[in-house]
Design a protein around this ligand. Sequence first.
Ligand SMILES: C[S@@+](CC[C@H](N)C(=O)[O-])C[C@H]1O[C@@H](n2cnc3c(N)ncnc32)[C@H](O)[C@@H]1O
Length: 281
Amino acid sequence: MSEVIEVSGDWLALREAEDARARSRVLAETTAGLLPAGPISVHDLGSGTGSMMRWLAPILPGPQTWTLHDWNAELTARAAEGAPPRDRRGEAVSIRTRTGELERLEAHDLAGASLVTASALLDVLTEAELRAIVGACVAVGAPSLLALSVTGEVELRPADPLDARISRLFNAHQQRGVDGRELLGPKAPTLVARLFARAGWRVERVRTEWRLDAGDPRLLEAWLDGWVEAAAEQSAAGTGAGRDPDLHREAAGYRRLRSAQSRRGDLSAAVAHVDLLAVPR
Ligand SMILES: C[S@@+](CC[C@H](N)C(=O)[O-])C[C@H]1O[C@@H](n2cnc3c(N)ncnc32)[C@H](O)[C@@H]1O
């Protein structure tokens, strides 16, 4: 098994409210309209602590059983803590968990699925993992709602001359090799749409967006830390277009400036994402 890239539960908790605000409610309602009235089975891939389930369950018909797939069992265990979310009739959903690597996902892992979901997942996957997911979804024929994949576009206000360089390096970092795995980063949404289309499925896309500002300074600062640190790491380690050694030196000053703007409530960032709904024709 590849080495698990640790995602912290605290980071997932910090971003949960903004994820919920950002996901496309329209696409979720369209998804709900595709499902049978009766019991439904939803498989959430790369579920983490269950943020997608908590957001989507109240929009979907019930009774619902959610199967949460992740390679990090500590995160999925947290999904079962506390009161389960409720479906749109107000009934509690049932929750199961599955620990495993998505590259090995097969149709039988999704057997009986009425719907497959994922959120904030595709850009941290490899092409082999994406192909395995699409292959399994197509084999079971369940609509697939894949929310919040980053597209690589970021706009900060006020703008700064370093923004574009940091953005380019961050996007290169998103496509780095980790433990022999080549991550897709912002290429993932286009590839997944192409794979579903090749299988004859219809793909609907809605542009979604994280809007970070003084309303949630902790999230803005945490995102900024991750964005600048990844770019600085890439600037020294990258090759070809991903290399920019001077940026490493300039990053600390940039970070201080952005932090001061954030503390004054003067900084905002729009981080572009896309939500996709793939449906068999
Ligand atoms: C950015 S987190 C998103 C979690 C959750 N969907 C949410 O929106 O809060 C990505 C999740 O995918 C899981 N993950 C990443 N790559 C994986 C893989 N190859 N196999 C299984 N799980 C994976 C991580 O452990 C993590 O929980």
